[in-house]
Design a protein around this ligand. Structure first.
Ligand SMILES: [Zn+2]
Length: 150
């Protein structure tokens, strides 16, 4: 395949602007760190669906309601530490996950969460930008507490 060098250079020189998707990706990353750090015990997280314990860096942020649903993508109740096996290879163990959440938050809270997802809606780019700063600061503090900044 031929590479068009002129075009490539032109793209590189374009001013860097953040698109909605960029904000979403950045927030995904920092929000995932926040969930795993804030729900850890001295940096170790328990998988919400199988109970196995992993270091926060070796566990996923598992979404109860799929990450593709924007209305609940950054909801702290909807997101919990979940091991790679449960999250990736067992489709999130939805049934067990729901039981865990009901046990922890009560049925009403989980039904409200499901209704929020059902109603839809999404964050504005402005919201995402603010949430990125907010969670970055929270993660910075948690890393000092949990992991001595590592
Ligand atoms: Zn698991």
């Amino acid at each position: 395949m031929l590479i068009n060098h002129c075009k490539k250079q032109y793209i590189r020189k374009k001013p860097k602007t953040n698109t909605y998707r960029d904000f979403e990706k950045k927030l995904d990353r920092v929000f995932s760190e926040y969930i795993r750090l804030s729900k850890s015990n001295d940096g170790y997280c328990t998988c919400v669906t199988c109970g196995n314990i992993h270091h926060w860096k070796e566990i996923h942020n598992g979404h109860f309601i799929s990450r593709s649903v924007k209305a609940t993508r950054f909801n702290e109740i909807n997101c919990n530490p979940q091991c790679v096996r449960c999250n990736s290879f067992r489709q999130g163990e939805h049934h067990i996950y729901r039981k865990y959440l009901i046990n922890k938050y009560g049925e009403k809270t989980i039904e409200d969460l499901e209704n929020t997802a059902h109603l839809g809606g999404s964050y504005s780019a402005y919201d995402l930008e603010n949430m990125i700063s907010e969670y970055k600061e929270k993660v910075r503090k948690l890393k000092i507490e949990v992991d001595n900044g590592n």
